[in-house]
Design a binder for this molecule. Structure first.
Ligand SMILES: Nc1ncnc2c1ncn2[C@@H]1O[C@H](COP(=O)(O)OP(=O)(O)OP(=O)(O)O)[C@@H](O)[C@H]1O
Ligand SMILES: [Mg+2]
Length: 308
């Protein structure tokens, strides 16, 4: 649905986006991840028709993303990384203002704004001044505003930055919800683990280039040696070690009293199979989890240890 082909952006002699090619299918929840300065915002602004590319092409369906293209604006809902200042504007008036910018009738806006504010959990803030909302609420309001014209693609640039853990969870739930309603969503972040929990696929960008893109599980398999998994075992540790050693793509890394650590190069479904093998062999499991740091270490590996 979103086709980015050989996209390049130069600022003078500096190349911020370097021959980026990426296809995001309809219905995807795509995470765009990269360290500061990777070129995420630049790419997003070009896709939204807010910045002119130096080379290459961007298309949504059959529509080209030219700067100022009205058609493109209709197709995209954009949540920028910085929220503007809106003195003396109440939440309801803010939605009204944006709706009228899209040429909608006040009557239609009012009904839709009610529904959208409910979706983002701001129904009780309609008469409140936008500037007095918390950052998390402003971000959610921004999402509601971006959905007013029912865009085919919703693009959010770092929607969780500056949010506390609870607001992050709320934002994540909101995006998952929109995804399950069939919306195609692109979200950027520099925190890979945050994206991996909700996105169906991700692209990792570094210094203007796309380092890798694809389904999370496929990317995980690029991790040298695979995913590290901690298995907590109440009894039959010897059996567990033997069974694990018999499996393909499993490396037993360490054996402690009640914990076995393995590396595994399989998919999530195959990981379920490993649990099954242990249970079939009468091993009593008390825990089984993927090491948290795996994704971050992959990210560091792929971005050459660049600072986040
Ligand atoms: N208007 C500009 N003029 C010159 N250089 C720019 C301009 N805008 C961005 N850049 C440079 O382009 C590079 C990519 O910036 P961009 O904002 O796209 O990165 P980002 O991935 O969004 O980073 P962050 O995670 O910090 O938001 C950076 O090195 C930045 O300094
Ligand atoms: Mg940015």
């Amino acid at each position: 649905m979103l086709y980015i082909n050989n996209l390049t952006k130069n600022y003078g002699s500096f190349t911020a986006v370097n021959h980026l090619t990426l296809h995001i299918p309809e219905g995807d929840l795509f995470g765009f991840v990269g360290p500061n300065g990777a070129g995420k915002t630049t790419t997003i602004r070009i896709v939204c028709g807010l910045l002119k590319a130096s080379g290459g092409a961007v298309k949504i369906g059959g529509t080209a993303a030219d700067v100022g293209s009205r058609e493109m604006k209709r197709l995209i809902g954009y949540v920028p990384d910085f929220f503007g200042v809106y003195d003396n504007l109440k939440v309801r008036e803010y939605m009204d203002l944006y709706g009228s910018m899209y040429g909608m009738y006040s009557r239609d806006i009012a009904k839709l704004a009610d529904d959208l504010l409910e979706l983002v959990n701001l129904s009780d803030k309609k008469e409140v001044y936008v500037d007095t909302l918390s950052r998390g609420m402003k971000q959610r309001l921004c999402v509601a505003r971006a959905l007013l014209h029912n865009p085919r693609l919703l693009i959010l640039d770092e929607p969780s930055s500056g949010l506390d853990p609870r607001a992050r969870v709320e934002m994540k739930e909101l995006l998952k919800n929109l995804h399950s309603m069939g919306k195609t969503i692109v979200i950027s972040s520099h925190i890979l683990s945050e994206l991996s929990e909700m996105c169906s696929s991700i692209g990792i960008m570094n210094r203007g280039k796309l380092v890798t893109a694809g389904r999370i599980e496929d990317i995980m398999q690029q991790l040298s040696g695979g995913t590290r998994i901690h298995i907590h075992i109440a009894s039959e540790m010897e059996t567990a070690v033997r069974v694990m050693k018999e499996q393909d793509r499993v490396t037993v890394e360490s054996v402690r009293e009640n914990e076995l650590i393995i590396s595994y190069g399989g998919t999530d479904e195959e990981i379920c199979g490993l649990i099954g093998r242990l249970i079939q062999n009468q091993v009593i499991l008390t825990g089984f989890h993927r090491e948290e740091g795996s994704l971050e270490s992959l990210f560091m590996q792929l971005t050459g240890g660049a600072a986040q």
